[in-house]
Ligand binder design. Structure first.
Ligand code: PEP
Ligand code: MG
Length: 595
């Protein structure tokens, strides 16, 4: 379909994913389907076309061999063997000869011929019900993409190479794409897919880049260099905004900035309710780049270091030494504040493509993820555990495991941790022998067996992002059902209450580190249910602290018991919204009145 350059102002509504107003030109980043050009090549140029193919094959082989070498060195031979399969695809004479034959028969350009032939192969293999063949399909797909990128002269991702400030428009971004972003060049993010709790979005929020997601087809509507305006507070996107619209949003931006200033006025004050309850406010971080914002936010420590971000950012698996240096840097920089380091939570939407994870997992969020991956790759797990333990000699470190679903899993992880401690002890390497161990409670099975899990750990951290998706059977990244992802659902509220009550009976503390903890609407409910600490991205902390300082524990307990009696999520929402407006509304109104 031919696209017409739109000049008229177009207003689109999506999901407000990361707050802020941004204005700038579009950079459209399409990645799902490579666009393969099709054209005829004249007879005299056909030898050159085949040479181009041979060159691309050679380049692709070298790239794969390099990756293989690196994986073998860092992770061992067994893990590197996946790339042998990739190299074999490139040696497959049938695929190569057929491509050349296709070129001779049709005179079409070589990338088009290669694309057609590999598509035929994939199609034929798709219908064969055999595990080995299924794996080959993934290999062929990976290699084909790499080869086509080489033929087309693309680098696999241009996203990290923006040289001018732009608004990034994409069908979908993976957490690795987001990790590659240069914050200085990305003014805002717009996505067809996504939801508030997809990892790419969480990362955008932590980078403080305004974002609107769930826009369905914005990547097709917008062209490079179109002018865009993003209102990340209300999830609105305006293509080709008029002068009047720009003025209106300029005013909104000023108003929001002055509201933020009021919240920030409490940064240096304690997070204490009016009736004297102190709430520990902690930060969720992804790495050293977040250290400055932790310090500026008034956080009392780190409640969640998502270590997988380090793995996604690198083009290789970080070694124990690399991890140790990084954890140590964070722990030392924040000393004497505590740093809770979570072990690898790869899988789900956090994949390192081509390595370990088949692209074809039918249900990745319920698949080979997090602690399951670690318990299956004990060497990788142990390297991380040793790195974390070693960093504990340099400050206050807590360790926690993601995606625990059973007592057996948690005790197996602890058993491996014990082995790591013994190894370090034997080598006389220092670590904190009493390091606190926590379990994330983010699966319904963990929530139901919290009493058992409490026997194997000394704190809980509730991952509401996952807990809600699993409790409600609502995929956290599917924008079509984003409206069903309801933190106010009675099933969620009751479960939170049960976890907290069980933990307290067992004498251990509970924090929440999912996105609910950073949402001022839900904070009173969580504290009313008895949650002890909250951990969220640093940018959210000033408002949360302002709210805590303006309420009492008594009133949030009343609020929570009312919420527990509701039958409908909307009724809970209304209660929470009323509470929020009663406690923070004056700030919003005062700044509104100034405009
Ligand atoms: C969660 O699930 O709430 C959580 C904090 O973990 P993540 O978002 O990294 O899955
Ligand atoms: Mg989680």
């Amino acid at each position: 379909m031919a696209k017409k350059k739109a000049r008229k102002e177009i207003v689109l509504q999506g999901i407000a994913a990361s707050p802020g107003v941004a204005h700038g030109r579009a950079f459209v980043f399409l990645q799902k389907e490579l666009e393969i050009p099709i054209y005829k090549v004249e007879e005299p140029d056909q030898a050159g076309e085949i040479q181009r193919f041979e060159d691309a094959l050679m380049r692709t082989r070298t790239q794969i061999a390099d990756v293989r070498h690196e994986v073998a060195e860092k992770l061992g031979e067994a893990e590197a063997q996946i790339f042998d399969a990739h190299l074999l695809v490139l040696e497959d004479r049938a695929l190569i000869e057929e491509t050349i034959q296709e070129h001779h028969n049709t005179s079409y350009n070589i990338e088009y011929c290669f694309h057609s032939v590999s598509k035929r192969y994939l199609e034929a293999f798709k219908h064969i019900d055999d595990e080995y063949i299924k794996e080959r399909v993934t290999d062929i797909r990976d290699v084909t993409k790499r080869l086509l990128n080489n033929l087309l002269g693309h680098c696999s991702s241009t996203i990290g190479r923006l040289t001018q400030q732009k608004i990034l428009v994409s069908e979908d971004l993976s957490p690795s794409d987001t990790a590659a972003l240069d914050r200085k060049q990305v003014l805002g993010i717009l996505m067809d897919a996504g939801s508030r709790t997809s990892h790419a979005v969480i990362m955008a929020r932590s980078l403080q880049v305004p974002a609107v997601v769930g826009l369905h087809d914005i990547s097709r509507k917008v062209e490079n260099e179109d002018t865009l305006l993003i209102d990340g507070y209300d999830g609105v996107v305006i293509i080709n905004p008029t002068e009047e619209t720009l003025y209106r949003y300029g005013q909104l931006k000023l108003q929001r900035e002055s509201i933020q200033k009021v919240f920030e006025s409490v940064i240096g004050l304690p997070a204490q309710t009016q009736d004297g309850k102190h709430v520990e406010l902690l930060a969720n971080i992804e790495g050293v780049d977040d250290l400055e914002s932790v310090k500026q936010s008034g956080a009392e420590g780190v409640g969640l270091l998502r270590t997988e971000a380090l793995f996604l950012r690198k083009d290789h698996f970080p070694t124990e030494e690399e991890q140790f240096e990084l954890y140590k840097e964070i722990v030392q920089a924040l000393y004497p504040m505590p740093v809770t380091i979570r072990t690898l939570d790869l899988g789900g939407d956090k994949k390192i493509s081509g390595v370990f994870f088949s692209e074809d997992e039918d249900n990745p969020f319920m698949g080979f993820r997090a602690i399951r991956f670690c318990l299956d790759h004990v060497d990788i797990f142990k390297a991380q555990l040793r790195a974390i333990l070693r960093s504990s000699a340099f400050g206050k470190v807590k360790l926690m495991y993601p995606m625990i679903t059973s007592y057996a899993e948690l005790s197996q992880a602890n058993k491996i941790l014990k082995e790591c401690k013994a190894e370090l002890k034997k080598k006389k390497i220092a670590f904190d022998p009493d390091i606190a161990i926590g379990s994330m409670i983010e699966t319904p099975s963990a929530a139901c067996t919290a009493d058992l899990l409490a026997e194997e750990c000394s704190f809980f951290s509730i991952g509401t992002n996952d807990l809600i998706q699993y409790m409600l059977a609502v995929d956290r990244i599917n924008d079509r059902i984003a409206h069903m992802y309801e933190p106010n659902h009675p099933a969620v509220i009751r479960t939170l209450k049960n976890i907290v009550d069980t933990a307290h009976l067992k004498g251990i503390k509970v924090s929440v580190c999912g996105e609910m903890a950073g949402d001022p609407l839900y904070v009173p409910l969580l504290l009313g249910l008895g949650v002890d600490d909250l951990s969220t991205i640093p940018a959210c902390l000033p408002e949360i602290k302002y709210l805590i300082r303006n309420m009492t524990i008594k009133e949030v307990q009343t609020l929570a018991s009312k919420a527990l009696k509701q039958t409908q999520p909307k009724a809970v929402f209304n209660l929470l919204q009323k509470f929020y407006l009663e406690h923070v509304g004056n700030v919003l109104q005062a700044q509104d009145g100034q405009e």
